[in-house]
Design a protein around this ligand. Structure first.
Ligand code: NA7
Length: 534
């Protein structure tokens, strides 16, 4: 017998996914409680407040589409909105739908244990009150477990240090300071130009040079906004059935079918347009054919060489992995920043960071005096946020044990996993998630889960659980699709390779947002094929 609070559904996280999940469930009449560690809504956009933080999906496509009213009441200022504007948007939605009254902030979910006797989830929080729910839904995001690598001596550092994914709410003042940034993923590449403008000196510690291409960010032209608004039904349909959840598709042509001159023309045009997918979409074999990939990779390298004036610095900035097998990055003046007198680049590939000292960073080659260190060192992606909670399914088996820390990652559709009845993961591992426009994937999962719960309740079902076979097939399918691409050939956070000791394996479904939606819809249409309902 459970004492404490009882709900139909408990949702963990009040970012984009948790908020929409709450809205859907509440509208359908289920008692729902959301728990959130932060003191307010926003998820990713609450935590990632570093200077220069912005979304790399075009603003008009990176918002909720479920309500025409919300769509029409919000106007984005620029092609790529900055973090404060996105957070304002999330707050606007939370206020409009009056969501806060069902969210408990400042609360960490410690554990969620499935009780086979009652078919309910027993959940504990850090504030003590036991909670129970029929359904347990994780809306914890894919990139929320920030990773500060275990550098020796960090505790001795006498200056300030921050991780980009846990940035303070107060303004961080770089003025007159010697700042070090470790990491050149999206967060590093977005923050480096902004920090360089303020700091006395900025030293970038780079392990892997990146392909980054111009965002060409600009204020929105009102005519473009009007046109998208007027045609939003079609735009929405295109996004939902596309490859990545954004309008557009790869051109139906191999990069190897064009002459070098023609390719150059095509790449130049895409570079001028800017944006996340324009270069990848120039040809249909960039992600699957090494030779095709190299044509684009070498084009970007030539651009870096053109932009960066010092040839030695440019040489250090040359990436040599397959383009897009680490998250492609779009930037504003990233490579240009290395032409500034107050910026220096240190490659830590061959001379790694050995120690953080009381006054700075010591690599195996040299010591750098710093007043402040910014860790742009990424996240324990996909499984990290789930493993932060002690989630136990049938027979007391923990999710971490079942997945053998990720080595045996297994899900059905990235939505559920065998042995964990009535638990759903929004944008979980082995769903398109981070390789798609998250907003499209979030809405698809939230709607699928709501309909599934609706179906269960109408049919008087107590539990839903993925079958072993269906799960095996889905996980094998995910691996096969990934193996047919170049993505698995590079060490990346997609592969779990950025975290010491984390098993390698591709954690995302690459079959495309449209085909994935179709598969999920078919499963539902067949009475939740691959699941057992009791
Ligand atoms: P990323 O993309 O994981 O980037 C982290 C960066 O930090 C990357 O350059 C890493 O180099 C570097 N890193 C990590 N550990 C170390 C150590 N120990 N020493 C030196 N350098 C290190 O995280 P972001 O926050 O930039 O972006 C995450 C996602 O958020 C992004 O892809 C978008 O989807 C939004 P490495 O490449 O591992 O050699």
């Amino acid at each position: 017998m459970t004492t404490g609070q009882n709900y139909d559904v408990v949702v963990v996280g009040a970012g984009f996914s948790g908020l929409y999940m709450l809205h859907r469930l509440r509208e359908a009449g289920y008692s729902t409680r959301v728990y959130e560690l932060a003191d307010d809504v926003g998820g990713t956009w609450y935590w990632n407040r570093y200077p220069g933080a912005r979304c790399d999906v075009e603003s008009v496509f990176y918002n909720y589409t479920f309500s025409v009213e919300i769509l029409n009441e919000w106007t984005w200022s620029a092609r790529y909105a900055e973090q404060p504007e996105i957070l304002r948007y999330i707050n606007f939605v939370a206020d409009k739908l009056d969501l806060r009254r069902d969210i408990q902030f400042n609360t960490r979910i410690e554990s969620a244990h499935y009780d086979e006797a009652t078919n309910r989830w027993n959940i504990t929080t850090d504030e003590g009150t036991p909670v129970s729910a029929k359904y347990f839904i994780t809306a914890v995001g894919c990139l929320s477990a920030s990773n500060v690598p275990h550098f020796k001596g960090l505790e001795n550092f006498e200056g300030e240090w921050y991780h980009t994914g846990r940035w303070p709410h107060e303004k961080v003042d770089f003025e007159g300071k010697h700042v070090g940034v470790i990491g050149t993923g999206s967060s590093g590449i977005q923050s480096i130009p902004a920090i360089a403008k303020e700091a006395k000196h900025l030293t970038v510690f780079q392990r892997t040079p990146q392909y980054s291409t111009p965002a060409h960010n600009k204020p929105y032209d009102p005519d473009r906004l009007k046109q998208i608004r007027e045609n939003f039904d079609e735009v929405k349909e295109e996004m939902r059935y596309s490859l990545t959840g954004m309008p557009g598709a790869p051109r139906d042509r191999s990069a190897l079918d064009d002459s070098p001159e023609e390719r150059q023309r095509v790449f130049e045009a895409a570079w001028e347009k800017g944006g996340l997918m324009n270069l990848s979409y120039t040809y249909n074999d960039i992600n699957v054919n090494a030779e095709a990939n190299e044509t684009l990779a070498s084009f970007i390298r030539s651009k870096i060489r053109e932009i960066v004036k010092d040839p030695e610095v440019a040489a250090k900035l040359m990436p040599d992995f397959y383009y897009a097998t680490k998250r492609p990055i779009i930037d504003t003046d990233y490579f240009e920043t290395y032409n500034r007198d107050n910026v220096s680049l240190v490659s830590v590939k061959n001379a790694p960071i050995e120690e953080i000292t009381s006054t700075g960073i010591r690599t195996t080659e040299k010591e750098y005096e710093l007043d402040m260190i910014v860790f742009a060192t990424g996240f324990d992606a996909m499984t990290g946020p789930l493993f932060k909670m002690d989630i136990r399914g049938k027979d007391g088996v923990s999710l971490q044990e079942k997945w053998d820390d990720g080595a045996q990652l297994k899900t059905y559709l990235g939505l559920a996993t065998t042995g964990f009845p009535n638990m759903f993961m929004i944008t979980g591992p082995e769903s398109p998630s981070v390789l798609s426009n998250m907003m499209v994937s979030i809405e698809q999962h939230v709607e699928w889960i709501s309909e599934c719960i609706e179906y269960m309740e109408k049919n008087g079902a107590q539990t839903i659980e993925a079958n072993v076979e269906a799960e095996d097939d889905w996980s094998s399918h995910c691996r096969e699709v990934a193996e047919a691409t170049l993505f698995t050939k590079t060490d990346s956070w997609y592969m779990g390779a950025n975290i010491e000791g984390k098993p390698r394996g591709f954690q995302i479904y690459l079959g495309g947002v449209g085909p994935y939606r179709q598969i999920c819809d078919d499963v539902a249409a067949k009475g939740y094929e691959g699941f057992s309902l009791t």
